[in-house]
Design a protein around this ligand. Sequence first.
Ligand code: PGA
Length: 246
Amino acid sequence: MAADVRVVSRDHFGTASLTAFLELMAPFASPVVGLATGNTPGPFYASLHREVGHGRASLADPRPFAIDEYVGRADHPCSNREFFARHWDTIPGAPAVHQFEVTATDLAAEAVRFAALLEAAGGLDVVVLGIGLNGHLAFNEPGSASDSVSRLTALTETTRESARPCWGDATPTHGLTLGLAEILEARRALLLVNGAAKAAVLHRALAGPVSSECPASFLQEHPALTVVADDAAAACWVQSSREASD
Ligand code: PGA
C-alpha cells in the first residue's frame, strides 16, 4: 500500500505529527508504542504535552518502549533516557517508557532481554521513527538487514557526528537498538522528518532502491506507513513526485 505522506509547513510539523500519531494509536485499546528521540520529534512531544495537559488529547493507555539508546552514561543529559525524562515523563499521566539498560554488564544479553519484553507485550502496534542522515532507523545503520533484531551495534561516523554537538568528547561509539525486524513488524509506522538536511535521505527512503544501504527504504514495503514531513524535508520527494506525474 502506498504511504500516506503528509507535507506540512514547519510551523505545523508538531501538530501534524500529533494528529497522525493519535490517528494511528486510535484503533488499539492499549497500544504498544515505540518512541523515537532526537531533534526531530521535539515539536511532536511539545504538542503532545500541550494537548494532553489541556485535556484536548488523551494517551489511550499506551505501553511505551524506547527504540534505541546510546551506550554511554545513562544519566548523561544527551542519553535517550534523559530525553524521555524531559519530553515524555512530564506529560500528565504518561506511563514510564521501557528502556534499554546501558548499565548492564552484558549488553548483548540486555538487547535480548529487551526484545523478549517487547515480544511478551505483543510487539509494536505503533512505531514513531526519525531518519538519520545516512538513512538509519533507530540505530540500524546502513548495512543492517531487514530481519536484524534487537542488538548492540557500532555507530557510524555520520551518526556520531550528529551526536557530537550534544555529547562532545563523550560521544558514544555504540548503541543498543531494536532491529529492523521488530520495527518493520509494527502494525503502524509513523516517520517524522524535518529540515532541509533530510531532504535527500527522505527521497532515497521513499523513492530510492529498497536496500540495506538505506535502512529506511525498507519502509516502502510497510503496509501502513504514514510520513509527516515539513516542506524543507519533503522538497526532493515533492519535486520527483511532480516530475513522475508530468
Ligand atoms: P535527529 O535524529 O532527529 O536528531 O536528526 C534522527 C535519527 O537519527 O533517527
